[in-house]
Design a binder for this molecule. Structure first.
Ligand SMILES: Nc1ncnc2c1ncn2[C@@H]1O[C@H](COP(=O)(O)OP(=O)(O)OP(=O)(O)O)[C@@H](O)[C@H]1O
Ligand SMILES: [Mg+2]
Length: 262
């Protein structure tokens, strides 16, 4: 059974077709990066996988369950979703925000148990946010907010973790910490993670699978060395880049002659 199975999915916003005949199948424990130009439909794809948007055509199954048959609470226990560019306009403390990750497990009028609180604490320690626990989210830096939102998703203990540009605001240490942590969660407890990234090199380094998109379609999918090729980068981004071995690093080709003239 695949962890995520998308069959022939088509999605349009009113008057704006975005995703076209998407087929994708991801195994449990895989860590996938979704790459592609601005506006190609990456966020829309993630929102369809999370069940937040409903496609006009096609179906998504999560761990074998058609997503339309799951109620919101079942969905939140299965899927953690970290949205792109969230600017939380509320004044909850970090600890309160991460504790919200436990809501899908609580009954009506039920308080968190000791176990819930230790799960929250562990999620905050793993993301380096425990020291921020008493501070209001509204007074944190962009990178600190991002880490708190990652902690909230981890506190949900989801089998599937969807992240939309989770490390864009993070310095290199936290980029490595967070992507390394997700990679470990995939390996050790079999979480299936899908993340939108713009940094192709980070994607190749940490992810087992890459989905390359252009204009609402999947152009290529497979291992980083299969997908990240000079030709694919030119086709999808219209850029001239060079792949440097042995680390399969993408570096821009710079026109030195032109630079000297300037
Ligand atoms: N709510 C909406 N209503 C109408 N059109 C939308 C809406 N949200 C996004 N779009 C359009 O759908 C297309 C895909 O948007 P999406 O946010 O999925 O792109 P993306 O690949 O995540 O881009 P980015 O890299 O900039 O985050 C874009 O052309 C965008 O303008
Ligand atoms: Mg986006």
């Amino acid at each position: 059974m695949k962890a995520i199975e998308i069959k022939d999915l088509t999605y349009s916003y009113p008057g704006k077709p975005v995703l076209c005949n998407i087929c994708l199948s991801l195994s449990g424990g895989s860590f996938t990066a979704v790459l592609g130009p601005n506006g190609c439909g990456k966020t829309t794809l993630l929102k369809n996988i999370s069940g937040y948007l409903k496609p006009q055509q096609g179906e998504t199954r999560l761990l074998g369950n058609p997503i339309r048959k799951l109620n919101p609470k079942e969905r939140s226990r299965m899927v953690g979703y970290i949205p792109q560019n969230t600017s939380p306009g509320f004044s909850f403390t970090c600890h309160q925000v991460v504790s919200m990750g436990r809501l899908p497990y609580l009954g009506r009028f039920q308080w968190e148990t000791r176990e819930d609180m230790s799960i929250v604490m562990e999620a905050m320690e793993l993301t380096g946010t425990w020291s921020l626990r008493g501070r209001p989210l509204s007074r944190l830096s962009g990178g600190e907010i991002q880490r708190v939102l990652i902690a909230r998703a981890l506190a949900q203990q989801p089998r599937i973790l969807l992240m939309d540009e989770p490390v864009s605001h993070l310095d290199i240490k936290y980029q490595m910490d967070i992507l390394g942590l997700v990679d470990r969660l995939c390996h050790t407890i079999g979480i299936t993670a899908v993340t939108v990234l713009h940094d192709i090199n980070l994607a190749s380094r940490y992810c087992s699978e890459i989905v390359l998109m252009k204009e609402g379609r999947i152009v290529s999918t497979g291992s980083p060395s299969y997908v990240v090729t000079e030709k694919n980068l030119e086709d999808v981004f219209g850029i001239q880049a060079e792949i440097i071995m042995p680390h399969h690093l993408v570096v821009p080709r710079v026109d030195r002659l032109k630079r000297n003239i300037i």
